[in-house]
Design a protein around this ligand. Structure first.
Ligand SMILES: Cc1ncc(COP(=O)(O)O)c(C=O)c1O
Length: 397
């Protein structure tokens, strides 16, 4: 990829190889521009439903702000287990659940509890790079499993099998995916479960975007398959489904011994999740679920708007079957995605993360999130168009 503008700042260039740092650096830069439209974010922009907020207020008013047990409020663990049984087909009871301070902490606890130094974890590429840090923090190694645009970034069982070594402890899978919006279809999940059982792997299943699948695609939990309960660790949370990111509540379901190991780590690090947030999460889990239906409708509408807009600009994207993202092929610009993101921010006042913030192989992609109103998405497309046109390779020939 050529450099269109060699003046990309040194502090951006310096972190270009570290996905998480690069995202934070671009967010910091965008704060300089009050008129910037943030299509980088992954946290819902929609308001938390009012009954959930009322539940947090009531908990505070009623003196329920004290510490809960480390593994979480018993009522919430119970409600989460009931949800996982009813909606996901998991054989979960209260003791199979730990409530975490967001899914983010959950990732860290999983790796601390599971990995010994030198253990390998298979991770689809591209990926949410917090996985890298969580795995590294436990002394593990990440082994990337390629996924492709042509296959809508579904996970290929053959590619997983080919990546297994004697050191492989676990397969991490995510569906729907951040950053690609791809899903792991049920047939693939069945084939992956067969491999996990035959090769004695643990499966870590990140299902945090499970409520947002489109075009008739259905979420499927691998832990529901025969022989998988004892080897599956399911990660989920309230941030995405209920627009509760700032409440910081997530959860993990898994075998009791693994949950106990995580509780021991949690006891000496963060302790229990914030009690007010847990009461709010209980209201979310047990209350009216119709806000999720409305969120889904809004995201789907925006996603269609963005798909149409990108086609008009002449950019191709991977089939977005779930989550909030359009994984967009930016290679027609001929510019590396770090630089393109920088130009889109500086000249267009649109914050979009470069694909290489989700893996070093993805400097020809952008991750565009649809977590802004339709009007702002339209405005962002208008601002992007002249910049994309200016650098489009064909137009310069
Ligand atoms: C794939 C994935 N997993 C887990 C998380 C953690 O989310 P939270 O800590 O808000 O629950 C995120 C957040 O963006 C995510 O994208």
């Amino acid at each position: 990829m050529r450099l269109a503008n060699p003046n990309i700042p040194e502090d951006v260039r310096a972190v270009a190889a570290d996905g998480t740092q690069l995202r934070y650096k671009l967010m910091e830069l965008s704060n300089q521009y009050p008129d910037a439209i943030a299509l980088g974010r992954g946290d819902p922009d929609l308001a938390t439903p009012q009954p959930i907020i009322e539940a947090a207020k009531a908990a505070l008013r009623d003196g329920k702000a004290g510490l809960t047990p480390v593994a979480g409020l018993p009522e919430l663990r119970e409600a989460v287990a009931a949800k996982l049984r009813a909606e996901n087909g998991l054989a979960a009871e209260r003791d199979n659940i730990i409530i975490t301070t967001g899914g983010q902490e959950g990732l860290y606890l999983i790796m601390q509890a599971l990995l010994d130094p030198g253990d390998e974890v298979l991770v689809p590429d591209p990926r949410y790079t917090s996985y890298d840090e969580a795995i590294a923090s436990a002394g593990g190694s990440m082994i990337l499993v390629p996924t492709t645009h042509e296959d809508a970034f579904n996970l290929q069982p053959d590619a997983v099998e080919a990546a297994i070594t004697p050191k492989t402890k676990a397969l991490l899978m995510i569906s729907p995916s951040n950053p690609t919006g791809g899903i792991i279809t049920e047939d693939r999940a069945r084939a992956l479960a067969e491999i996990a059982i035959r090769r004695n792997l643990i499966v870590i299943s990140d299902e945090i975007y499970e409520k947002f699948l489109y075009d008739g695609w259905k979420h499927f939990s691998i832990g529901s398959l025969p022989g998988m309960a004892e080897r599956t660790i399911t990660l989920n949370g309230f941030s995405k489904s209920y627009a509760m990111t700032g409440f910081r509540v997530g959860y993990i379901a898994g075998p009791i011994d693994v949950i106990r190991a995580m509780s021991r780590v949690k006891a000496v690090t963060t302790g229990p999740a914030a009690s007010l947030s847990q009461w709010a999460a209980l209201a979310a889990q047990t209350g009216d679920q119709s806000p999720i239906v409305e969120f889904h409708r809004i995201y789907d509408e925006r996603r269609r708007l963005m798909m149409t807009g990108l086609r008009e600009i002449g950019l191709d994207y991977s089939d977005p079957r779930g989550a909030f993202f359009l994984w967009t092929n930016s290679s027609p610009t001929g510019i590396h995605a770090t630089e393109l993101s920088y130009l889109l921010l500086k000249e267009g006042r649109v914050l979009i993360f470069p694909g290489n913030a989700f893996g070093e192989n993805w400097g020809g992609y952008l991750r565009i999130s649809v977590l802004q109103s339709g009007d702002l998405l339209r405005e962002a497309l208008e601002r992007m168009k002249p910049i994309i046109d200016r650098y489009r390779v064909e137009s310069q020939v």
